[in-house]
Design a protein around this ligand. Sequence first.
Ligand SMILES: [Zn+2]
Length: 362
Amino acid sequence: MNTQFSRRGILQSTCAALLGQALAAPRSFAQEVAPTPPAPVPAVPFPAAALEQRQALIQGYRQTLERMLAKMPLPIIDVEHHWGGGERIALAKLIDNMDSNGVALTWLGPNEKHGSASSLRTCQQFAQRLVPTIVHGDGPRWHGHDLTLVQEIEDDAHSGAYFGMGEFEARHYVSGSNNRDIHMPTDSASFHGVFRTSQETGLAFLYHHEAEDALLPELEKMLALYPKARIVWCHVGRNRNPQTWTQLPTPQGVAAFIQKYPNLHFDILQSGAGSIFPPTGAAESVLYYGNKSPTLRSEWATLFNTYPERFLIGSDINTFRWNNYSDVIFRLRSAVLRVLTPDAAEKIAYKNAWRLMTGQDW
Ligand SMILES: [Zn+2]
């Protein structure tokens, strides 16, 4: 990457952020400006042949976005997709769904059992639409602390063939759509491997953690230890237990994390206003009010407008939730992106994902 370009890009986005703040930020968040995340520069460069292949793929992704931008203002890069290997859903159906919902690119994260290489093979079939992504930590090898899996993830990341990693599960409750009652501590050897790999390669990884107050220190310890690891904490705006989750499911709590950790990002909760977490009966989403046409609460709109570099769109679609695809994307568009400043909406829809996957500003 050209250093000059990178520095200019950072300056430009900082100015844009400051301007956005002057226009849109309320006083509560405007006192401190969070540092703009730096473009990732791999500490250990990818092999030359991989770099060439990478540039060719990036060129294809760019063409897709440009083609869509000619027709619509906000193409989306979906950073969180759980692909079941095409066993139950045909790949062409995914492309159809992307087309009809204005999704330009999908980070194609395969379920653990299919292996990372399955993402490479699948993405080749639609090389301008699907982005090779390393497996989700969602299966017995990850949950069983299998360090050979972590070694594979490290090797795959360093190969230069992938653009993102995971969703890796730390604490994961049983929910309406799965029975995984898991706690892989964020400071376990497996997570050390993932944080280190992200820091070394600049690849971002998706992270699932239930935001109980008592579970935050294990994450904060790692964020401090690996300041250059690039993390996308999934499902921000969720509260599964108001008794034990008091800090993070508030805009102030998220803002405090953002100000403290320059490489921490979030994808925005996918479920709607009426979604209930069955074990506690909690109304999961703290983002909206009004069930039928959810309205983003103003304090969350303010948060997204104040720190637009830190949020992304991920559908969280898997085989089980396949039929929710259009609803999820429609809700994120109509209830979130539509009410934000144009600058924030563009960053959250695709520009931040572009920066994380290519190391360059759009
Ligand atoms: Zn998740």
